[in-house]
Write a protein that binds this ligand. Structure first.
Ligand code: A3P
Length: 285
């Protein structure tokens, strides 16, 4: 249990599994290679779902890898202590995951051909998902109530700081050929076409059977039962109770949690912070 965050350049990071020196080294020196595939997201946007899909695309629908290796070893978290160690030693094309905001991301990316997939999600659902996640796990400061977490979220006093800044930063990369922007909502609405889009972007062609397998094995129900993917085998240091990352897996759960006044207050801040961004970029209302 923790009272605070790990602060780096004014940004709150997780306290377990993260170290100031490691984050500093990653941001300043990590070399992204041309053949790397990087998933980037603000926490609770569907990162693990995307990683599972990428692993299945990589293995052409074969489930051996996703059933035998923990998800955090398949796609190590770049800025975490263990993830960085694993990645530094890893040869060949690597799958990486990161929550780093754009301005802290290793600069080597900008001169590389590595492919980045940024997944975003309705921030109100991100907020609700984060409230449960940070409450049940020990990674970070625990909110006492949803009301308190709501305020923290709008202030950016949550892991990785402001959702608004995160998305604005990464959005500025959206026209690059090696960056694909995805949303949790489109994955929910049409997972098959979205998976096809991802495999096209990666230049990996799947036959219909392979595509069926990727679709089936990355579904919420199957992921929920896969202990290598649902985080239930995380050590007790990280999560206090029996826990799975697959909580609800739906769009619009915020409607079951936020009051009308909270939703209105949220929308007001959203409009101010996202002013100037074309609304069509985002699939939520
Ligand atoms: P909820 O808490 O709203 O259920 P992240 O991986 O970025 O931490 O995001 C976690 C969110 O993604 C959780 O949202 C989780 O349930 C959802 N999720 C994980 N796997 C999923 C899947 N296969 N299909 C749909 N949602 C999934």
């Amino acid at each position: 249990m923790t009272d605070d965050y790990l602060w780096f350049e004014g940004l709150p990071f997780l306290v377990i599994g993260y170290r100031y020196e490691v984050i500093k080294e990653v941001c300043a020196q990590f070399v992204i290679k041309d053949e790397d595939i990087v998933t980037v997201s603000y926490p609770k946007s569907g990162s693990h779902w995307l990683i599972e899909i990428l692993c299945l695309i990589h293995s052409k629908g074969d489930t051996k890898w996703i059933r035998s290796v923990p998800i955090w070893e398949r796609a190590p978290w770049l800025e975490s202590e263990d993830g960085y160690k694993l990645l530094k030693e890893r040869e060949g094309p690597r799958l990486l995951a990161s929550h780093l905001p754009f301005h802290l991301f290793p600069k080597s990316f900008f001169t590389s051909k590595a492919k980045v997939i940024y997944i975003m999600r309705n921030p109100k659902d991100v907020l609700v998902s984060g409230y449960y996640y940070w409450t049940i796990t020990n990674f970070s400061k625990k909110p006492e109530s949803l009301e308190q977490y709501f305020k923290w979220f709008l202030q950016g006093y949550v892991p990785y700081g402001s959702w608004f800044e995160h998305i604005r930063g990464w959005m500025s990369m959206r026209h690059r050929k090696n960056v694909l922007l995805l949303s949790y909502e489109e994955l929910q609405k049409d997972p098959r076409s979205t998976i096809e889009r991802i495999s096209q972007f990666l230049g990996k062609k799947l036959n219909p059977e392979e595509l069926d397998s990727v679709l089936k094995n990355s579904s919420f129900q199957v992921m929920k039962e896969n202990k290598m993917s649902n985080l239930e085998i995380l050590s007790e240091e990280f999560s206090s109770r029996h826990f799975k990352i697959t909580r609800k897996g739906i769009c619009g759960d915020w409607k079951n949690h936020l009051t009308v006044a909270q939703a209105e207050a949220f929308d007001k801040v959203y409009q101010e912070k996202m002013a100037g961004f074309p609304k069509e970029l985002f699939p939520w209302e």
